[in-house]
Design a protein around this ligand. Structure first.
Ligand SMILES: CC(C)(COP(=O)(O)OP(=O)(O)OC[C@H]1O[C@@H](n2cnc3c(N)ncnc32)[C@H](O)[C@@H]1OP(=O)(O)O)[C@@H](O)C(=O)NCCC(=O)NCCS
Length: 153
C-alpha cells in the first residue's frame, strides 16, 4: 500500500476535499471539546490559514487525498496532521510526518490533545518528546506540547 502513497503540495481546487479529510480525521480522534467543530468551519479556515502562512502537503493514495499536514514554517510548528479513518494505521501518517520533518530541518514542535492517546503514542514513537501542557484557547480542552529535534530519530 505504501508504494502507492504520494505527497504533493496542496492545490486550492481541492479545498472541499481537504476540508472533508480534516473533518473526518478530527471526528475520529474523539476529542471532547466545548461546542461542535463543523465541516463548514474547517472549510472556511483553510484559505484563511493558507493566507496566514500554512504550508500544506497532501497524501494521495491512488490519486485520492487521504491525509494532510499543515506547517507554520516560521515557528517550525506542525499545526495539523490528519489521515482519514479508513486509511489510518497504514503508515500514511508517518510518511506525512517524515515529510514535515524534512521541510523543517532541525526541529519541529506541535500540540495535541492530552486525551488523544493514539496520537501521543504515534508522536513519541516518531521521536517527539512531551513538554508543557495548556488549555486550547478556542476549544477549551487540555493540550500537550511535543518537540522533535533532528538526530534524535
Ligand atoms: C495520528 C494520525 C495522524 C497517525 O496517522 P496514521 O496514518 O494512522 O499513522 P501510521 O499508520 O503511520 O502509524 C500509526 C499506527 O499504525 C501502525 N502501522 C503503521 N503501518 C502499519 C501497517 N502497515 N500495518 C499495521 N499497522 C501499521 C503503527 O505501528 C502505529 O501503531 P500504534 O497505534 O502502535 O502507534 C492518524 O491516526 C489520525 O489522523 N488520527 C486522527 C487525528 C489525529 O489524532 N491527528 C493528530 C492531531 S495533532
Amino acid at each position: 500500500m505504501r508504494t502507492s502513497i504520494s505527497i504533493e503540495p496542496f492545490d486550492q481546487n481541492d479545498t472541499p476535499k481537504l476540508a472533508a479529510v480534516w473533518f473526518e480525521g478530527w471526528q475520529s480522534a474523539g476529542v471532547n471539546v466545548e461546542g461542535a467543530v463543523t465541516l463548514a468551519q474547517l472549510g472556511a479556515r483553510i484559505p484563511e490559514e493558507i493566507g496566514n502562512g500554512w504550508a500544506v502537503s497532501v497524501a494521495k493514495l491512488y490519486e485520492e487525498i487521504v491525509g494532510f499536514s499543515a506547517l507554520k514554517m516560521e515557528f517550525r510548528k506542525l499545526d495539523q496532521l490528519f489521515v482519514i479513518p479508513s486509511a489510518q494505521r497504514c503508515g500514511i501518517g508517518k510518511v506525512l510526518l517524515d515529510h514535515a520533518k524534512s521541510l523543517s530541518p532541525g526541529e519541529l514542535i506541535l500540540w495535541t490533545a492530552v486525551e488523544n492517546i493514539d496520537a501521543c503514542r504515534f508522536y513519541e514513537r516518531e521521536g517527539f518528546i512531551a513538554g508543557a501542557q495548556a488549555i486550547h484557547e478556542k476549544l477549551g480542552h487540555p493540550i500537550k506540547s511535543y518537540r522533535w529535534r533532528a538526530g534524535t530519530l
